[in-house]
Ligand binder design. Structure first.
Ligand SMILES: [Zn+2]
Length: 59
């Protein structure tokens, strides 16, 4: 068991962010977060989708 740095939930395991744009987005919202902290699947899903929406808006 481990803790997701992003939502604070106790989860079985955290995954690491693969997309560079998603990494930057999370770092903007959580300046203390580093990529090796990773996040639970729920958070990664959320930020990956958010990132897509942000990209759509800025186009
Ligand atoms: Zn999480």
């Amino acid at each position: 068991m481990t803790t997701c740095t992003l939502c604070g939930q106790t989860v079985d395991s955290v995954s690491h962010v693969a997309e560079d744009a998603t990494l930057k987005l999370i770092q903007k919202m959580y300046p203390k977060w580093v990529s090796r902290d990773g996040g639970c699947p729920k958070c990664l899903d959320y930020y990956q989708n958010l990132d897509k929406r942000v990209n759509l808006l800025s186009d």
